[in-house]
Write a protein that binds this ligand. Structure first.
Ligand SMILES: [Fe+2]
Ligand SMILES: [Fe+2]
Length: 157
């Protein structure tokens, strides 16, 4: 029996942090998690493999940015990456053994986890990387969905 879920995880401008390479990676993260959420059983293993590969390179890139630039608050951020990656790898192994439902549980959990992680940890790293690479604060442009206006926000550092 194929059990799919109605849950979706969609990209939102609220996730834009201002450092381009990070924003591109985060958009891919949302797409990979959403693919697992939506996958029928027959496609779950390939979607889970893609999520695992994405997660490894996503976290490795952020960890490298933090290490190479000696970002001050990197330890707790890197520890959180390691814990999440461990869960992704464990779930992928269970999917290989035929447990597809656990992948949907993981995807729902990742969709809950991501907004807080980006707000508290990735946003600080994004500001830092913009300063390192461009010598200034990131300019973040978000659509204001409620008013329909385009709001231009200068991120505080
Ligand atoms: Fe990230
Ligand atoms: Fe991160």
């Amino acid at each position: 029996m194929s059990t799919t879920t109605d849950a979706t995880f969609a990209w939102s401008d609220a996730y834009v942090m201002g450092f381009g390479p990070m924003d591109d990676t985060h958009e891919e993260f949302v797409a990979c998690v959403n693919a697992v959420l939506q996958a029928p059983d027959a496609r779950m293993l390939e979607c889970m493999q893609a999520l695992r590969e994405h997660t490894e390179s996503h976290f490795a890139a952020e960890d490298a940015w933090m290490t190479e630039t000696e970002f001050p608050a990197r330890e707790c951020h890197m520890n959180e990456h390691a814990a999440v990656l461990k869960s992704v790898i464990e779930v992928q192994q269970l999917v290989e053994q035929g447990n597809t439902e656990i992948a949907r549980d993981l995807a729902r959990e990742l969709a809950r986890w991501f907004p807080g992680h980006t707000d508290y940890l990735d946003s600080a790293l994004s500001h830092w990387m913009c300063k390192q690479t461009m010598g200034g604060k990131p300019v973040i442009i978000r659509r204001d969905i409620r008013s329909g206006k385009i709001d231009e926000l200068l991120a505080q550092s």
